[in-house]
Design a protein around this ligand. Sequence first.
Ligand code: NIG
Ligand code: FE
Length: 418
Amino acid sequence: MSILIINIKELLQVRNQDIIKVSGQDMKSLPSIKNAYLLIEDDTIVDFGKMTEIGNFSSNNVIDAKGKFVLPAWCDSHTHIVFAENREQEFVDRLNGFSYEEIANRGGGILNSAKMLGKMTESELYDKSLVRLMQVMKSGTGAIEIKSGYGLSLESELKMLRVIKRIKETLPITVKATFLGAHAVPYLYRENKDAYLSLIIDQMLPKISEAHLADYIDVFCEKGYFSLEDSERIIKAGQAHGLKAKIHVNQFNAFGGVALGVKYKALSVDHLEQLNDDDIDVLKNSDTIPVALPTCSFFLGIPYTPARKLIDSGLPIALASDFNPGSSPSGNMNFVLSSACIKMKMSPEEAINAATINGAYAMGISKTHGTITKGKKANILITDPISNINILPYSFGQSYIDTVIINGNIIKKPQEST
Ligand code: NIG
Ligand code: FE
């Protein structure tokens, strides 16, 4: 099937194949073609250019994008979108003055999610997750990373990862799976964390690797969860099974997690709400990308990742939703962009780079996703007619996305609600 989009007001994020991420000052620019066309064959971008130079193409699916912008679909590189139930009572508890930490210590938090997921059947978990996936696809996400980590037992971690695999096989969205067995220490192992680490390393990892259920390894490197030493063991064990690291670091405390990630050539270090100068120095000259999750900061009322400091130091940054029931119960990347601009002072161009090509880099798919490039996946967004692209982050909470095409499939058509 082919789709021909004509009269595009401006085609954004047009880049050469060799650009796999953009850093520092370069994040301010978004190369584009005005008055353009774009041709899609099956799941691939095959041609684009100026309308004045359009070839003699025929397609029975022609979209007139007069007054509209076309850009790559969002690449959300950090989510926990497979989970059992919402945790809205913990939200109310926080409104009543309890902290995220206090709620976790009272049996809420990740362990609460694990309890609920343990009771849910695999097909129910799939059905619940599917609804959320459809929502984020309609809101413009074309590629997504999904973590396990609400299982915390061999059986339940495998259940989560199988659900992620099924999502990958059944939906058009591109999916990367991350094993996050080290998300929290389950009750059973409270007095014996080492035994839980051994369970992850000796039992879970070999099974997961044998069944090809994960692309990456993650660990919640944080006080009260997993120490630097624990995290190092997990990362090394994951690497021994061919899984590159993408890790949760510096959410509440900065104590060397970034350096650990860089030492082990992590693909990304995520959260970074607490960041010191040493962390920034260690990220320079590394291939590890910092990932900011501004809707987590918004929801928990914790500091925002110092995006300006990172970018002004010449570093790249990716933006992701962290969609999960405890700290960011939304996978809406449009709001992620708005909060990045409003609260972290990123420019709209920087935010779009961070949510497209850099998001793709943070999940290891920037050779095929994240830019308008011939041969890349046809993952694109068509906006409503708007005067300029700043409208997207400016209009927080509203969607100016008219059409979403994911791997060549038209997911959201004009007039459909978001
Ligand atoms: O990325 N920080 C650790 N994990 C999640 C929150 C998990 C939860 O509260 O369920 C996060 O914010
Ligand atoms: Fe997370």
